[in-house]
Design a binder for this molecule. Sequence first.
Ligand code: GTP
Ligand code: MG
Length: 477
Amino acid sequence: MSNLLKEEDTIAAIATPTGTGGIGVIRISGPASPDILSRLFRPKNPLPRLEPRRLHYGWAIDPADGAPIDEILAVFIKGPASYTKEDMAELQCHGGHAVLKRLLEAVTSCGARLAEPGEFTKRAFVNGRIDLAQAEAVLELIQAKTEKERCLAMTALDGRLKDRIEPARQAVIQALARIEAAIDFPDEGLEPIDGEAVAGQLLDNAIFPIKDIVDSYNQRRILREGARVALAGRPNAGKSSLFNAMLGACRVIVSPTPGTTRDTVEETLDLDGISVTIVDTAGINAESHDPVEAMGMEFSVNEIRRADVVIMVSDISNGLSAQDSDLLEMVPDKTPVIMVLNKADLVHPSERGRIEKIMQDRLPHRDHGVSLVTASASNGPGLDELKKEIIRLAVPQDGNGPAHAISEFVPNLRQKNAAQQALAALEQACGGLKKRLPQELVAVDLNDALKKLDEILGIETGPEIFDEIFSRFCIGK
Ligand SMILES: Nc1nc2c(ncn2[C@@H]2O[C@H](COP(=O)(O)OP(=O)(O)OP(=O)(O)O)[C@@H](O)[C@H]2O)c(=O)[nH]1
Ligand SMILES: [Mg+2]
């Protein structure tokens, strides 16, 4: 799917998920839509022309022999006031596989071709109804699994990224126009360029706003992509028991034999609207000589390094050993750690406070500190506190709490990478302006920056990017 020219043909697809449902929808877009509708739809109250944007009741018929296929509702949506800006039709039939298949065959026999994944949204983009960031937001909205993901997608759907990128783009275009004029017409008596002033304008109007976009991704990436949380610790500390308890299901083997878990096992939970992937790992025992255990431990160390939050599980009845401290050293400095003092049921409640205090004093110093949570995987206490702590550490809070974060736009990885590249090119251009480097070099950097900003919104973007984005859609959207 690399031809980005306006398409002239008519496409059709089943827009509802496969399987049996009360209603199934077939979507048609393109110039032949009204003709297809008139050939295969028989309204109950015959009309010379179907009134656009009104549901009409009637029958879908086989245009070849007039045999009824299903009792349906049909709507005609006249372009450009439609999703794709083209003439569109939607047929709501009964949601069974055979009905939908037969009706789609009838539609294609009238001249439509089957749509590719994301092709309706691609047309909305090619026809200028939405920009590329909004097309991605449609995909994110469809794929949103949690309430927060849905809210995030909605903030992107209203074109907020364009509102933030466009002024920066204009600032770059203005700077570029001045510099290119000076290069192209050196003898026209144009005022010499004040490098410092142009750099200052670029800083205020382009660099700072784009930096904000990159920062908002870095700070709120987890809202968008979810968090990865590793359960790590010594063998037998109760990692797998905690894993099961958090899932509320008996997902992995738990046993009193140290070294039970060999592989990493992961499951994704919805914690307070955030997608959290919890990873159970093999216990780390520096003294083990078992080669299989060693392989498992290597996986554990990798998980500790890549996690967004590490839950270090220790057995409260054993106290905090040198091995626990060594394990904490493995966690990268920037990664928040929750130390779970597990098996709290094994110590007398009156003892817990004293032990927690001792543990706290023994914890090695870390930049972000270590949160302590006392829990019992086998009978439940501490689990709610642990879940709250995961969210608190994974999603940076601002003054208004995490709910506020959702009302702000957060770019996706592709948009953030392009913004970051634009930023690097702009910084280079400003450096060049201040150092009075040849204007041709500055112009190259500004052109690079502009290209990257255009890429975010899909202005003159290469076909590979479109292919990558639209192929992730489902058919019918
Ligand atoms: N009393 C008590 N026993 C627990 C608790 N949590 C786990 N256990 C027991 O401790 C033993 C080890 O539990 P696991 O969950 O398999 O420990 P693990 O950390 O996954 O161990 P490895 O996979 O060997 O690294 C099992 O017998 C569990 O029943 C707890 O909170 N209280
Ligand atoms: Mg285990």
